[in-house]
Design a protein around this ligand. Structure first.
Ligand code: LMR
Length: 347
């Protein structure tokens, strides 16, 4: 079972209007449109995964395309999964509809929250998005406590750890909460392909750390193809991966952030988790609870029947990567702590 969700409750929408620059109806609808696009593509990619037997699409009833319509449309793909749509009214408490939708889910994919605007940093979204993610994660804890819950909610660096703490407080397993950083891997691979011309299948760059600016650390030295790139070009390539999200935000000119590539990357992660749940070998980088560099850290993860089965060691780093790791560690720690502070202030 799988669910995609982009909940924004009324109270949070009001807060969102105050805190961010969402000052009028038009912006509000633009934001919903962004999420609808996201939901459509991600849902479609998941519907095509042979490990999905039932796909549940969950969204606000005022979304540009109603969830039931998305479900009816997707249900005609000649794929084995059945598709159901759930929409909730702004007057409903999302939790009522969520119960029916979430019960029995094995994987919940959450692309909730608002996107940043040009000039904003991902961490500027913490106040708005942590509350939204928290409501959904609470609902998952109640209705599908055995599910793997994977979130791409910015700032991932703060929200991932925060949601894991919330989950653990309910007595549930940390191995079920996954922060999605797959887009960084997708971007690193693509940029290496552009530089080297090598076949995509021969490129696999692990990206460790977090999902924002300098906390994103692509390990080009661990990719055989990328090792052929002259050392002088690595800092520029590294920076290109770090800044890729910001480039998309600027190009969309205030009308959203990455959605299509994010849906693609999110589906890749979803596929990896489902493969693990199905007992197939499955390794992907993800932002998860870790005993390594920091309590929450992105590195290669093996997924299994219980979600995160093994967090791999970060492996051998070259001098450039060691310096970058030393620099990013306090930055990521600050962002992890910002999430915990938010939780304390809002308890
Ligand atoms: C991305 O990396 O594209 C996303 O995190 C969205 C953003 O705000 O950059």
């Amino acid at each position: 079972f799988l669910l995609l969700e982009s909940v924004m409750q009324e109270e949070q929408l009001k807060r969102m209007e105050q805190v961010s620059r969402f000052s009028n109806e038009l912006c509000f609808h633009r934001c919903l449109l962004e999420f609808t696009v996201y939901l459509l593509f991600w849902s479609m990619l998941m519907a095509m995964d042979p490990n999905v037997s039932e796909l549940c699409v969950y969204d606000l009833s005022i979304a540009m395309v109603p969830a039931q319509g998305v479900a009816a449309d997707l249900s005609h793909l000649n794929k084995k999964c059945s598709v159901k749509g759930y929409a909730f009214d702004k007057d409903d408490r999302a939790i009522n509809v969520a119960g029916e939708c979430l019960t029995g889910c094995h994987l919940v994919l959450i692309p909730a929250g608002v996107p940043r605007k040009p000039g904003q940093d991902r961490k500027d979204l913490l106040k708005i998005n942590a509350g939204i993610a928290g409501n959904v994660v609470e609902a998952c804890a109640k209705f599908c406590p055995e599910a793997v819950v994977a979130l791409i909610v910015n700032p991932v660096n703060s929200v991932g750890h925060l949601m894991c703490e919330l989950w653990k407080k309910k007595g549930l397993k940390a191995s079920k909460i996954v922060g999605i950083t797959t887009l960084d891997i997708v971007r690193a691979n693509k940029f290496v392909h552009e530089l080297t011309g090598a076949a995509m299948d021969d490129i696999s760059v692990p990206v460790i750390g977090g999902h924002a600016g300098t906390t994103i650390l692509p390990l080009f030295s661990q990719c055989k193809t990328a090792r052929s790139i002259p050392a002088a070009q690595i800092p520029g390539l590294d920076k290109r991966v770090q800044d890729a999200g910001t480039v998309v935000v600027a190009a969309k000119n205030g009308k959203g952030s990455a959605t299509l590539s994010m849906a693609y990357a999110g589906a890749r992660l979803g596929k990896a988790v489902l493969a693990g749940l199905a007992g197939e070998a499955s390794v992907e980088c993800a932002y998860v609870a870790s005993d390594g560099v920091l309590p929450y850290f992105s590195s290669q993860v093996s997924f299994g029947k219980d979600g995160v089965e093994k967090v791999h060691d970060i492996g051998e780093l070259n001098t450039y990567e060691k310096i970058r790791l030393a620099e990013l560690t306090p930055v990521l720690l600050d962002e992890i702590n910002a999430g915990l502070e938010y939780a304390r202030d809002n308890d």
